[in-house]
Design a protein around this ligand. Structure first.
Ligand code: URA
Length: 232
C-alpha cells in the first residue's frame, strides 16, 4: 500500500481508539521516578496504549500509597463501550493486582449478571490504582496524583458510557460532592461521553435494600448505550 495511505489508515484507527494527538518526537518511556507521574495529564499518544499506561502505573511513586502497596491495580474486564469506575483497590485487589476481585467485586459480578452482562463485556477501573491502607477513603492529593492516569485510561478505552461506582468515584468523575441519592441515575456529558453514577457494591453489602435501585441504574446505563448505537 502507498505509505501515505497506510499512515492515514493507522491514524483513522488510532482516532477511533480515542488517540487525539501523535508525538512528533520520540518521548522517553520513563520519567523522574520520585516525583509526579510522567506527564500523567498529557493526551494519549500512539505510544500511550493501555499496556504502556499499565506499566507507567506499575512504576508510579507519585503519592505515598506506593510505599504500602503490594501491586498496582489497573483494571478488570476488557476495553468496552461500557466502563465502570470504582474507588480504590481493597486488600484482595492489592494482593491479586486486579480490580473488583474481593467481596464487592463478587457482588458486582452478580449485579452485572442480573442485567444480562458478564464481567468480560465491560471494563472496570478505579480512581486510585493503589490500595489506601486499611481501606481508608482516598486523600484529595492521592486522587489528584492518579487522575491523569484515569483520564488517559478512559481516552484509550474510549467507552460511550461511563458509570461511577460510589461517592468517591462520583466526586472524581462527575465532580459531585453531595449525597449519592442526588446523583445516581442522572446523566451528564463528559468530554463527549455520557456518564452516570450508582451506589458502590460495598455499600450494597451493608444496605442490600438498595439493590433494586442499582439494578435500575445498570439497566439505565445499558439503555443509554443502546440509544447511542453502542454494543457490548
Ligand atoms: N472497591 C473498589 O472501589 N475497587 C476495587 O477494585 C475493589 C473494591
Amino acid at each position: 500500500m502507498d505509505p501515505r495511505r497506510h499512515l492515514k489508515e493507522h491514524l483513522k484507527d488510532w482516532k477511533s481508539w480515542g488517540v487525539d494527538a501523535v508525538p512528533t518526537r520520540a518521548e522517553p518511556t520513563r520519567g523522574a521516578p520520585e516525583t509526579a507521574p510522567r506527564d500523567a495529564a498529557r493526551p494519549p499518544t500512539a505510544d500511550g496504549g493501555l499496556e504502556v499506561l499499565r506499566s507507567e502505573v506499575a512504576a508510579c511513586t507519585a503519592c505515598v500509597l506506593h510505599r504500602t502497596r503490594t501491586n498496582t491495580v489497573f483494571c478488570s474486564g476488557r476495553p468496552s463501550a461500557l466502563m465502570f469506575v470504582g474507588e480504590a483497590p481493597g486488600a484482595d485487589e492489592d494482593a491479586q493486582g486486579e480490580a473488583f476481585v474481593g467481596a464487592a467485586g463478587k457482588l458486582l459480578t452478580k449485579l452485572l449478571k442480573e442485567v444480562g452482562l458478564s464481567r468480560d463485556q465491560v471494563y472496570i477501573a478505579n480512581v486510585l490504582k493503589c490500595r489506601p491502607p486499611d481501606n481508608r477513603p482516598p486523600e484529595p492529593e492521592e486522587a489528584a496524583a492518579c487522575s491523569g492516569y484515569l483520564k488517559r485510561q478512559i481516552a484509550l478505552v474510549n467507552p460511550k458510557v461511563l458509570c461511577a461506582l460510589g461517592k468517591h468515584a462520583a466526586a472524581s468523575l462527575l465532580g459531585h460532592e453531595g449525597a449519592m441519592k442526588a446523583v445516581r441515575g442522572t446523566w451528564r456529558l463528559l468530554d463527549g461521553r455520557w456518564a452516570t453514577a450508582t451506589y458502590h457494591p460495598s455499600y450494597l453489602l451493608r444496605s442490600p435494600g438498595d439493590t433494586a435501585t442499582v439494578l435500575a441504574d445498570l439497566r439505565g446505563a445499558i439503555e443509554k448505550l443502546t440509544s447511542l448505537g453502542g454494543t457490548l
